[in-house]
Structure formats: structure tokens, C-alpha cells
Ligand binder design. Structure first.
Ligand SMILES: NC(=O)c1ccc[n+]([C@@H]2O[C@H](COP(=O)([O-])OP(=O)(O)OC[C@H]3O[C@@H](n4cnc5c(N)ncnc54)[C@H](O)[C@@H]3O)[C@@H](O)[C@H]2O)c1
Length: 339
């Protein structure tokens, strides 16, 4: 059995504790949380698990083989660094940390110590996201023009990072995965209304090397929980609604036909129709499954079988670089920033 120590048992931590507790080849040996109220809850739910208020007891000790870090983002770097230095494999929640030089250091440390470093970019384990990736890689959409992504909710409101670091981290990881590239340039606008200096909503545009765009709208100050994505390609288009559990994806056989041969003067319904392809809409079957469970199994697979992590430290680093560029653009009133 692979012995797991989980650090941070707030809103998200219990989901990781549950998955590793139920895993066939893992056991949660220890949990650390500085808040006594959270320690009590974990003791009640998992009476056999050792619970402490001091993360270093887990990291420095020899009771675990791997450490899962699900504390606030501002604490990730110190905890992950110490765990890697102590020879532990690490699954750290997204974003990997708050600075790219520190993310680079974590990557190098993991490589040098030959430890597995996985970042909790859970959407890379989402079956819908994977299905879209398969469509893109199979050329079904043609060349990608742009993706538009909306991720909104009312809360939870963070105080250590802005909405971009909290929410756009997901969308950047998805866009990088789909485009198989990292953005080269961003521009962003945002607003901080609840806590001074911490943007509650961010609107960002990322440009990829191919010229394709990713437009992100993230907010924790919205009346509606939305997880909407539109992908527009030269051959067809699709929508992905992660809130729709049964039919999340719609693939539209729609595109603009060869515009070079379009009539120079369009004044009838028939001629207008001839310039666009407005075909069928397909709803593919997407198998359900808990993405976090797949992520946890993948982490174990990487440790036990040497599988290359899908969301490794460098993947986390690429997301942090884009987030830093978004922050620079926010501070400069929306100026284009090189990533
Ligand atoms: N992958 C996802 O979909 C997803 C979803 C939610 C949160 N997250 C990430 O998980 C992390 C935690 O988010 P959350 O919503 O659970 O936050 P949270 O504030 O609800 O919980 C964090 C917990 O960590 C504890 N803590 C803080 N510092 C600690 C330390 N040094 N040692 C031990 N415990 C400590 C706090 O007491 C708290 O209970 C964040 O990085 C967030 O971005 C990821």
C-alpha cells in the first residue's frame, strides 16, 4: 500500500482524502490541518487516520511515501519544496504556486530527486475535456480559430489569490492541453470590489503561437454557476457545458465555406446560405466518472509504474507563467504582455 499524507482539509481536501482512502492500493496514513475544527471533522470521519496540526510532522517523518497538498495556494511552494527535499512524491493542488521561478525550482527539485510531481489540474482528467481533445487531435474541428471559456459562480471568495489564479488556472490548463502549446501573449481587464487589490472578475485574452485565441471570463462574483466553453475551428465547432452531466458536448457541423469564392454581392437568402455550412448537430456519448478519482489513480500510476504525469510540474509552471502575465496586464490597464 502506498501511504499518503494529506495537508489541508478545508473545502477541497476531504475529496482527496476520500479518494485516496477508497483507493485499492493507497491508504491515507495522516492528515494535517492547522485549524482544530477541521482536525475534529477528519477524526470523526476517519477514526483510524492520524491527525495533526503540524504539516512538518508528516513531511519530515517516515510515515508516508507521498504528500498531497491542498492548502491555500500561497502555502504550496514551501510545503511542496520541503516534501520533495524529504524524498516524498507530491501531488499539489492547482496552481502549483504563486511565482514561476518557484515553480521552476520545484520542477528541478523533483527531477533531481527523481520524485513524482503532479499538479491538480483536474480538468485534464475530465472525460468531456478528453473527448474534445480527441476531436481536435483527429482533425475533426480543423484548424482551431478560438476558444471562449466562461467559469463563474458566487464564491468561494479567496483572499490569498485573485479570481484569475483561482479559476482561470483551470481554463489555461485546458486551453494549453487542447492547443498543445503555451500562450505567447495575453491582455486582461479585471475588477476588485469585495477585497481591495484582489480581482473578483477577470476577462483575459490569450494568444497562442498558431494565432488562435483563448478568451477567458472568470468570476466568483456572479449569480450563475457556469462552466461554458465554445471551440471554433475551420471545419466545425463545438460547445462544452460541464454543468450538463448527461450531454455536455455538442458538435456543430457549421463553418464558413470557402470565402474566396463567395458571391461579391449577397442579397438573397439562397446566396447567403451558400456561404456558410449549417449542418447537423451531434451529441456524442461521454462516459461519466469522477475526474478527481482519475487524477488520484494517475498519481499512483506515475509513482508505481513510472508513467509520465499528464499534469506535471512543467504543465503547472506554464499555467503560472500565463497567470503572471495576466497579472502584469491587469496592473498595466490591459496592456498586451508577453508570457
Ligand atoms: N482542483 C480543483 O478543482 C480545486 C477545487 C477547490 C480548491 N482547489 C485548490 O485547493 C487548495 C485549497 O483550496 P480550499 O478551497 O480547500 O481552501 P480552504 O481554505 O477551504 O482549505 C485550506 C485548508 O488548509 C489549512 N491550512 C492552511 N495552511 C496550512 C498549513 N500550513 N498546514 C496545514 N493546513 C493548513 C486551512 O486550515 C484550511 O482548512 C487551493 O490551492 C485551491 O486552488 C482545487
Amino acid at each position: 500500500m502506498l501511504r499518503i499524507g494529506v495537508i489541508g482539509a478545508g473545502h477541497w481536501g476531504p475529496n482527496l482524502i476520500r479518494n485516496f482512502h477508497e483507493g485499492a492500493s493507497t491508504e491515507v496514513a495522516c492528515v494535517a490541518d492547522t485549524a482544530e475544527s477541521r482536525q475534529t471533522l477528519i477524526r470523526e470521519r476517519f477514526p483510524t487516520v492520524q491527525v495533526t496540526g503540524d504539516a512538518l510532522e508528516i513531511i519530515d517523518g517516515d510515515a508516508v511515501d507521498a504528500v498531497v497538498i491542498t492548502t491555500p495556494t500561497s502555502t504550496h511552494y514551501e510545503l511542496a519544496k520541503r516534501a520533495l527535499e524529504c524524498g516524498k512524491h507530491v501531488l499539489v493542488e492547482k496552481p502549483i504556486c504563486t511565482r514561476s521561478d518557484e515553480a521552476e525550482e520545484l520542477c528541478e527539485l523533483a527531477e533531481r530527486n527523481q520524485r513524482v510531481l503532479v499538479v491538480g489540474h483536474v480538468f485534464l482528467f475530465n472525460q468531456g475535456v478528453r473527448h474534445v481533445k480527441d476531436c481536435i487531435d483527429a482533425g475533426r474541428l480543423g484548424d482551431l480559430y478560438y476558444v471562449s471559456m466562461v467559469r463563474t459562480n458566487l464564491g468561494p471568495i479567496r483572499v490569498d489569490v485573485n479570481a484569475s489564479w483561482d479559476l482561470a488556472a483551470h481554463d489555461i490548463s485546458i486551453a494549453n492541453y487542447w492547443f498543445d502549446a503555451e500562450p505567447v501573449e495575453v491582455s486582461a481587464a479585471g475588477g476588485a470590489w469585495v477585497n481591495q487589490g484582489i480581482d473578483d472578475a477577470v476577462f483575459a485574452t490569450l494568444r497562442y503561437p498558431s494565432g488562435a485565441l483563448a478568451n477567458l471570463h472568470v468570476s466568483w462574483l456572479s449569480p450563475r454557476k457556469a462552466r461554458d466553453i465554445t471551440v471554433v475551428g475551420a471545419r466545425s465547432m463545438l460547445t462544452f457545458d460541464d454543468m450538463n452531466l448527461t450531454e455536455p458536448i455538442r458538435i456543430y457541423d457549421k463553418h464558413v465555406d470557402d470565402v474566396r469564392t463567395a458571391a461579391p454581392y449577397i442579397d438573397s437568402f439562397a446566396s447567403f446560405r451558400s456561404t456558410v455550412r449549417d449542418g447537423d448537430i451531434l451529441i456524442p456519448k461521454v462516459s461519466l466518472g469522477e475526474p478527481l478519482r482519475a487524477e488520484c489513480s494517475h498519481f499512483v500510476d506515475c509513482i508505481e509504474n513510472g508513467t509520465t504525469p499528464l499534469a506535471d510540474g512543467r504543465c503547472g509552471l506554464a499555467v503560472v507563467k500565463a497567470l503572471e502575465a495576466i497579472d502584469r496586464s491587469l496592473a498595466a490597464g490591459g496592456r498586451r504582455e508577453t508570457v
